[in-house]
Design a protein around this ligand. Sequence first.
Ligand code: FAD
Length: 516
Amino acid sequence: MKICFKNTKYTEIYDLLVVNLSFKKMARVIVIGAGIAGLAAALRVRKLGHEVTVFEASDTAGGKIKSLSLNGYRFDKGPSLFTMPHLVTELFELYNEKPATYFNYAKQTTACNYFWEDGIHFSAPANVVDFAKIASNVFNEPYTNIENYLNNSKLKYDATAPLFLEKSLHKASTYLNKKTLNALLALPKLHINKTLNDVNKASFKNKKLIQLFNRYATYNGSSPYQTPGIMSMIPHLELFYGTYFPKGGMKNIALSLYKLAVDKGVKFKFKTKVEKVLHHNKKIKGVKTKVGEHIADLVISNADVFTFYQKLLKDVEPPKRTLKQEVSSSAIIFYWGINKKFPKLDLHNILFSENYQAEFETLFNKKQVFKDPTIYINISSNVQIDDAPKGCENWFVMVNTPGNFNQNWENIIKEIKKNVLQKINRMLGVNIEKHIVCEHILDPVKIEQQTGSSRGALYGASSNSKYAAFLRHTNFSRKLKGLYFCGGSVHPGGGIPLCLWSAKITANLIEKEGYA
Ligand code: FAD
């Protein structure tokens, strides 16, 4: 609880005393947005003892992590791949709560089912040893090539995660410790000056295996032909830490954190869009919504940072270089209720494009959708059986697209749906149209409208340059004291694990900077 006096002079004197006597300084904190990072940040700063209110434009918590119900089918609307669950459960543990009271999840044995046009099919085990063994057989690739690659993936992750993912990159203190020295010593092995595709080409003989490992660039909405080779650490997250599915669906990651936050005293104001961030003398004063002004000592924005400067903080000069960054890819998703079961398919399935390089050039250089796109099919009813009626499946069919640059999405969707249906029929030997009983479609424009994500980007800025990590927006404002940022559009980036790290970095900064 922050002590406030009617006369603001007394409040200032009190604050001064607190700082000088090194007492804890409690603050009124406003979080803009109840996305996964907003929820995690709210929980973390609440744990520091602050008064926390979350303002959310939509009517529920979760941001991109939402659910959709259609004719007896349930779909996770956004993320479908869940890795590093410990980053979620540590939030319950922070409050000495048993995670299972709020949140349950199961480890998956298969990471993904991959299909190629020539009939090759690889069901990738979600652990390093089995993956290397079976991939070596399927792709006729020496076992040691795969083993070495995955060992290097671990090395890259271990050397850099404590520096690049778990700390602000924009504070001198980050660079003054032993872990940073380790990361610097490992620099030549991190492949920062090569692209991911270069690293994969040098590691494997088999073209399909190169394509499979190139795909990890899409985990943060980037191109393997541009993103630096250090991204070859991503398979480590999936194959070493494993992949999981939350009981009840992905939506429960966000909803369980929301419930914990309510139980711990965080206040939520839904359907309450923040219109403006208020400040005075380079210090945060609060926010303005349609119902008036709300005073705060600290504001944490979980809104997309591009949109934040355009709409909420128009009177402060934006960080131009940061906002000039290329946005990550977006997506078109077909949510199909299917009245049949397809035993060949699992929770995660990929139907690869024949020309991966042309696909990414089309996406990022031409800002168009490739005519033979790689298709991702997620079927959560394979794990959560009540997600579809008996004998049926809920198909989430996604193709990568560029962000919204005012392309003619109506035409693109028509064209791409035709190509997707043909490709699925061809590769799986089915006639899928006759099994689709209901449909909902999401596109970059709708993603932008529904989550405030600039150009409908799934992961904020892309990582299509070796400098991307350093250009991404800071977790604090350089212009306004008391303003902080978390979420997929700021450091360390998009995807659920990174968003959760951003919340941790932000809360740590708030704690270090004298609040609580
Ligand atoms: P967001 O989810 O972007 O939420 C921000 C919230 O802020 C929203 O609720 C919005 O309404 C609110 N807001 C914005 N402006 C205001 C305002 N002015 N006032 C009040 N509220 C405001 N990640 C994975 O890890 N695995 C995946 O498989 C995966 N697949 C994806 C598939 C799709 C289709 C999409 C869309 C994303 C996917 N991602 C995936 C990415 C992941 O969903 C995001 O990185 C993450 O959820 C972003 O969380 P966030 O905290 O940045 O907030």
